[in-house]
Design a protein around this ligand. Sequence first.
Ligand code: NAP
Length: 245
Amino acid sequence: MSNILNGKVAVVTGGSRGIGKAVSQKLASLGANIAVIYSGNDSAARNVEEYCEKNYGIKARTYKCDVSNFTEVKETIAKIKTDFGTVHILINNAGITKDGLAAMMSEEDFDRVLEVNLKGAFNMIRHTAGLFIRNREGCVVNISSVAGLIGNAGQCNYAASKAGLIGLTKTIAKELAPKGVRCNAVAPGFIVTDMTETHADNPLLKMIPLGHMGDVEDVAEAVSYLVTAKYVTGEVLRVDGGIAM
Ligand code: NAP
């Protein structure tokens, strides 16, 4: 099991911090070479690159790229192809929040969250699909959220983007299954990361059946399952302590 991804190339967006960092490290521990995409924090990205190369003996590289920018993504995937030869695994994890009640939310805040969280995933799939089809092999995991399944007051932009990712996941699964490409989603609940540091007093935490927030490794475990589950496609796997059941 430990070398099950030997020789595979995985691209992890937002792979430098939080859940994406744990996913990068998990896939590297299974033998995959890792391309980490991030938006601004150079040192966090470099740390993941160094950690993965040193601890798992794989090749890792970092790429600064705004996933919401169609042209930047196209150029970044071209660079990754030059550096690694191809791509087998794509984890669409990069995401942001800009919370507020719908009645007061600015157009900019609504648009930006949709651009990064949903269009970003489309951009990545759009520019890697050709490689997957050529390889007759590929696997996409989109990081959605329980907010996309059950909604969350104060997050209409975020919940819409995450629900949109589920529609994207099922459509890509249907379009690319005949080419040997799978596409699944993970819907995390409350996971301890920088994104949730302001949620410590959130009353919703008391409604988690398992009684506590999740760890980034819990999500990375689910991602690695979907990456290796050869007969699973179009699925949405909740990792949420039961909050959305
Ligand atoms: P995080 O700690 O804030 O990390 C976000 C990552 O995304 C960073 O690596 C960041 O890079 C990158 N990023 C942000 N905007 C980007 C852009 N435009 N282009 C490329 N990269 C970008 O977030 P997290 O909590 O780990 O969340 C990761 C994913 O899980 C998100 O999609 C989030 O919606 C989802 N999720 C999280 C939770 C939770 O409880 N934490 C729950 C459900 C779903 P820089 O550091 O360089 O900016």
